[in-house]
Design a protein around this ligand. Structure first.
Ligand SMILES: [Fe+2]
Length: 202
């Protein structure tokens, strides 16, 4: 029996379970480079999917954004780990490496058929609404919605995670910070959806 026919004879739910399991394994490998953030990508994926659902996106789109969240830092697998684990301020040279990770991740993912559609969200997850992000300096709705969602979910998790290498802040303070940065760094509608998901009243 050819390998392809073995896969195609599996129940759809088994294929999905394998895809999800392998994807979480890859996400663990991404975060392994930053020991203090061992499940960051999985939390970002779950939160991004919840935001997408709150925004009323179809379930298939929320699923796609979940995978984009799992792989948003895929490119960090290809960066020197001594930069990723640094706790002191990064130098200009360090930043020039770090800023390569969205492009590196997108370049690989767009070649892997189940994840091709996640590549653009991965590429643009460090863009800012005011156009001051990287790698392209896109602004407003030129930034794909999935990337805007991952930016908010990722920043919230980086601020609040108890396994963060920085001192974590309480959820309310993180929500206030995201609100203050709405319209400059973050998409205001996406931030409001996050607040609704978390039950943060403002
Ligand atoms: Fe990133």
């Amino acid at each position: 029996m050819a390998p392809d026919s073995t896969i195609s004879s599996c129940p759809v739910e088994d294929v999905e379970a394998v895809l999800q399991g392998m994807s979480r394994l890859i996400a663990s490998a991404i975060d392994r480079n930053i020991p203090a953030r061992s499940t960051h990508s999985q939390r970002v994926a779950a939160l991004a999917a919840s935001i997408a659902e709150r925004l009323g996106l179809p379930s298939e789109e929320a699923r796609r954004i979940y995978f984009a969240g799992l792989f948003h830092d895929f490119g960090k697998l290809f960066l020197p780990s001594n930069i990723l684990i640094k706790t002191e301020p990064l130098s200009e040279d360090d930043w020039s490496f770090i800023e390569l990770h969205p492009q590196l991740g997108a370049t690989f993912l767009e070649r892997i058929p189940p994840f091709t559609s996640t590549a653009k969200d991965v590429l643009y997850h460090h863009e800012r609404i005011d156009g001051r992000g990287y790698p392209r300096g896109l602004s407003g709705e030129d930034i794909p919605l999935g990337a805007r969602i991952i930016a908010v979910a990722g920043s919230f998790d980086a601020m609040t995670a108890s396994d963060s290498y920085r001192a974590s802040v309480k959820q309310d303070i993180a929500c206030d910070t995201l609100l203050e940065d709405s319209g400059t760094h973050f998409d205001g509608g996406v931030v409001q959806a996050l607040l609704a998901v978390l039950g943060c009243r403002r």
